[in-house]
Design a protein around this ligand. Structure first.
Ligand code: AMP
Ligand code: GLY
Length: 382
């Protein structure tokens, strides 16, 4: 197949890698441009922005199969308020929440709740729209700041380990990829500011199967959209928190996770492009989902000062090469081999278990360097 992947980060490199493993002819581009059925059999959009901007709608107009939801359905990620309202109406377990445009109303709701809250901007904020205040004073500040931007949500603050459920959806049916966990904080031991993700591993050792979690968190969404005659095709990525009362929905994303995709896709034995195409035809079950035994661990190398404004333009040196056990996915490396973004690259190691996969990932990372590279030494410590 001729597969066009939209986007150029580590996630998209992992999607490309998975497609190439099965002999597909992969091209990458920053947008769908003038791709046509003459040169593309399948489009796989990577980032949510491409979906929200209507990549799938454009592909549909041109008659090209596209593995991703329409702009209208991408609201599931683009509006946290819409996603929460929908999930609640479908009985999907989540935190107590309410939507606001006004600080006073939010302060009243928080006082009545009587517990710590999380403050979220309603719209897409590239991972920066969530405040997790620790004190009452910080909560008041976060509410005031959110109110100054427009609509926002307060949610009851849940606690527990998180996991990422990635499901491939064909409009009526979803199949789960191995559950993953990512490491969002910049600092070892999960401290410091949030980032896009400093590493991930799969399968995550959690007490629930992917199939069970799909039943609770994905199937009701598919049923809802199918009943509305707007079937959902693409990835549904449910961010879950495993609380003492059971798994709870933190958020929906309408695309693969990054860095989760870099750990999960190397565990896929089946042909990703074949599965994605089957989804666009409403028949994901026509391609058997085969998952490799063992585990994968992904380590991200970030630029100095990330997640603040990254210091870029440093040459990347690599004394090694990829093998079947460990490989490199670039995210922010320019054509001259210099760093060009916050998250620069990642290495993924695979192995019979997490410990072996982790060793392979760190061995590969030890061959790579650039000035003041930031990596976490404790990925998969949990
Ligand atoms: P989100 O962008 O909605 O995924 O939120 C980013 C991160 O904030 C999540 O991965 C969680 O670590 C945290 N978070 C979001 N919502 C909640 C919540 N209701 N309770 C506790 N932590 C949360
Ligand atoms: N790693 C979380 C995300 O892709 O949103």
């Amino acid at each position: 197949m001729r597969v066009l992947i939209i986007g150029g980060g580590g996630r998209e490199q992992a999607i490309a890698w998975a497609c190439r493993q099965h002999g597909h002819d992969v091209r990458m581009a920053s947008d769908i441009g003038n791709a046509s059925t003459f040169d593309t059999d399948l489009v796989i959009p990577g980032p949510e922005a491409a979906l929200v901007a209507g990549t799938s709608d454009t592909a549909a107009e041109r008659g090209i199969a596209c593995f991703g939801p329409t702009a209208a359905l991408a609201q599931l990620e683009a509006s946290k308020g819409y996603a929460r309202d929908l999930a609640t109406s479908l009985g999907i377990p989540g935190p107590a929440f309410a939507r606001f445009t006004d600080a006073d109303a939010a302060l009243t709701w928080w006082a009545e709740l009587g517990r710590p809250v999380v403050v979220k901007l309603d719209g897409l904020a590239a991972g920066k729209g969530v405040a997790l205040p620790c004190t009452d004073a910080e909560t008041r500040t976060a509410i005031a700041e959110a109110a100054s931007t427009g609509s926002f949500l307060l949610e009851e603050r849940l606690t527990g380990p998180e996991c990422s459920l990635l499901a491939l959806c064909d409009g009526t049916t979803a199949v789960a990829l191995p559950l993953a966990q990512d490491h969002k904080r910049i600092g070892e031991g999960d401290v410091g500011p949030n980032t896009g993700g400093m590493g991930a591993y799969a399968p995550a050792p959690v007490a629930f199967s992917g199939a069970e979690l799909v039943e609770t968190f994905v199937q009701p969404i598919l049923d809802h959209f199918a009943a509305a005659a707007t079937p959902y095709v693409g990835v549904i990525f449910a961010g879950l928190m495993l609380t003492a009362d059971g798994p709870r929905l933190i958020e929906y994303n309408v695309r693969f996770g990054d860095p989760e995709a870099q750990a999960v896709l190397p565990l896929l034995e089946s042909d990703l492009a074949g599965l994605a195409l089957a989804c666009t035809r409403g028949d994901v079950k026509s391609v058997p989902l085969r998952i490799k035994s063992g585990a994968a661990v992904t380590i991200v190398a970030a630029s100095p000062n990330y997640p603040g404004e990254p210091v870029i333009g440093h040459p990347v040196t690599d004394r090694g090469t990829d093998s079947a056990a460990a490989f490199r996915f670039d995210a922010g490396v320019d054509v001259d081999g210099n760093t060009s973004g916050g998250r620069v690259l990642a290495t993924t190691g695979v192995g019979t278990d997490i410990a072996e996969a982790r060793a392979h990932a760190y061995e590969r990372m030890a061959q790579i360097s650039f000035q003041d590279m930031q990596i976490r030494r404790d990925i998969a410590w949990r």
